[in-house]
Structures are given as C-alpha cells and as structure tokens.
Design a protein around this ligand. Structure first.
Ligand SMILES: Nc1ncnc2c1ncn2[C@@H]1O[C@H](COP(=O)(O)OP(=O)(O)OP(=O)(O)O)[C@@H](O)[C@H]1O
Ligand SMILES: [Mg+2]
Length: 254
C-alpha cells in the first residue's frame, strides 16, 4: 500500500567526512508503504545516505526527516569472534536497544519473543537460533542481521546490501517478505547493486553518484544516459535468444 503520507524527506542533504563531501544536495521523498532501491557505484554515498536517514550522521547542509520509527541493517557487521553470543540474542538486541535495556533475552516479554521468532523464521534462521553467531557462515550472519532489523517492526526499514552472500531461495523469500511488509504500510529502502531480483517489487530507484542522478520509476531511471552518469560506463546489455537482457534490469527487451 503506497500511501500519500511522507515517511522520509531529504532536502538538499549534504554529508561529509572530514571535509570530504560524500553526498551533495540530495532531495528525496519516500512515502508510506513504498519499497525503493538505492543504487550507484562503490563510494557513491549509498551507505552515507542510509546512515543520514537513520540519524547516525549529521548533515553538513540541508536536512533529513523521518516521520516514524526506523531500523537500519548495516552493510556488514563485524562481530568480535571472542564474544560468545547466540543467534537469538543478536536478534533480541534490537528490541532491547529500543527498550534501552542491557539484559539479554530472558528479559523479553512474550510478544517480544514472538517478534524475534517471527523475524528469525522470516529469514529461514529459526532452526539455528541457539547457535553461536560467530559459528555461522557469512550469508547466514547476513540473514540474522536482517532479522535483527525486522524484529522491532519499524515504520521505516533501511537495508544496506541485504542480499550480499545470501543464497537465491532465501533471497527470494526475503524479497517477497519485504513486498508484503510494504503492502502492510512499512516503508522499505534498500541499497542493492543488482536490482534484477527486485525490479518488479520496487516502485522507485534512487541512482546516486554523490549527487542524486535520477529518482523515479525503474524504466525512467535506468537509461543509458543515467547509468553512464552514475557508473562512468553505459551498462552493457547481453543478448539472448528472446532479446536483450539488461544486467541491472533483468528484463528481456525484444
Ligand atoms: N567513516 C568514513 N570516514 C571517512 N570517509 C568515509 C567514511 N565512510 C565513507 N566515507 C567516504 O564517503 C564516500 C561515500 O562512501 P559510502 O560508504 O557512503 O559509499 P557507498 O556508495 O555505500 O559504497 P559501497 O558500494 O562501496 O558500499 C566515499 O568516498 C568514502 O570513502
Ligand atoms: Mg555502502
């Protein structure tokens, strides 16, 4: 359900690290229940934009507003391998952080435990809930981090490359889950390099290269002119029997 209610609003958003500008004059609106993708080359400011929306970095100019609760799944989590922590507790931590509690999972309420269970189930990780987090594979850890972001049932879900290293069946399951969440009114903003698997689930793409190159419907954004501006090369198309396969788009063009 794409409502008219604005959930995220960035106006002339400019962020920098030690005087080095990472994103500049970004203007973006995201509505309730929208599912959008942020794309762009390495170093183009995608993570910076998400972190600014999450309120983790302060703009040097402009502003960003979020009208609701946010949860953020970072690009990669470095967990100290010497900390023995179970999968269940990694996911519980997001709820405990929201509640500003420091004690681990035994202090979750019945509903909160259900939320953790649902989140782990959504990413196919419930069976491994008692495993030490650090004993998991990279893709499994990624799935647990996604569950952690889901567990607080935020109004706005920010995901930074959530499919990195995730196997295809789980990726499909997660995409269908994110679509369902957006239909329920949750706003989903995800950074991806390969948009093909979600091209039919998203309403808009933000193409970034420090500046916002384009923001709109996939077919309007992923033009040769825009991909050239963003990536410095026009994205090649591969030819197959049925027509042309756009590597970012995933669609067959006749
Ligand atoms: N903590 C930091 N300190 C200093 N510079 C940073 C920091 N984080 C990012 N940058 C710089 O800001 C720019 C944007 O980085 P950002 O991580 O937002 O890019 P990205 O689009 O997410 O890239 P990737 O696709 O590699 O994840 C880059 O030039 C990067 O070097
Ligand atoms: Mg990044």
């Amino acid at each position: 359900m794409t409502g008219k209610k604005k959930m995220v609003e960035a106006k002339n958003l400019t962020c920098a690290y030690n005087g080095h500008t990472a994103i500049e004059n970004v203007n973006i609106d995201v509505f309730r229940g929208e599912f959008i993708a942020i794309m762009g080359p390495n170093g183009s400011g995608k993570t910076t934009l998400l972190r600014a929306i999450a309120g983790m970095i302060k703009p040097v100019r402009g502003e960003v507003r979020v009208y609701g609760s946010v949860s953020y799944m970072p690009q990669k989590e470095h967990v100290n391998a010497s900390i023995p922590i179970r999968v269940w507790d990694v996911v519980s931590m997001s709820i405990l952080a929201r509640n500003k509690k420091f004690i681990l999972s035994f202090s979750l309420s019945k509903e909160e435990k259900k939320a953790v269970e649902e989140a782990l189930n959504a990413v196919n990780m419930l069976e491994l809930k008692d495993f030490p987090f650090t004993s998991l594979s990279g893709g499994q850890q990624q799935r647990v981090m996604l569950a952690r972001a889901l567990a607080t049932k935020p109004d706005v879900l920010l995901l930074d490359e959530p499919f990195n290293g995730v196997d295809l069946p789980t990726q499909e399951k997660i995409i269908s889950l994110l679509s369902k969440l957006s239909e329920k009114g949750i706003t989903v903003i995800t950074v991806v390099h390969n948009v093909s698997p979600l091209i039919h689930s998203i309403s808009r793409i933000a193409l970034l290269n420090k500046n916002l190159i384009a923001y709109g419907k996939p077919e309007d954004v992923l033009t040769p002119e825009n991909t050239l501006k963003a990536y410095g090369v026009s994205i090649p198309v591969s030819v197959c029997e049925e027509g042309y396969l756009h590597p970012l788009f995933g669609d067959i063009h006749g």
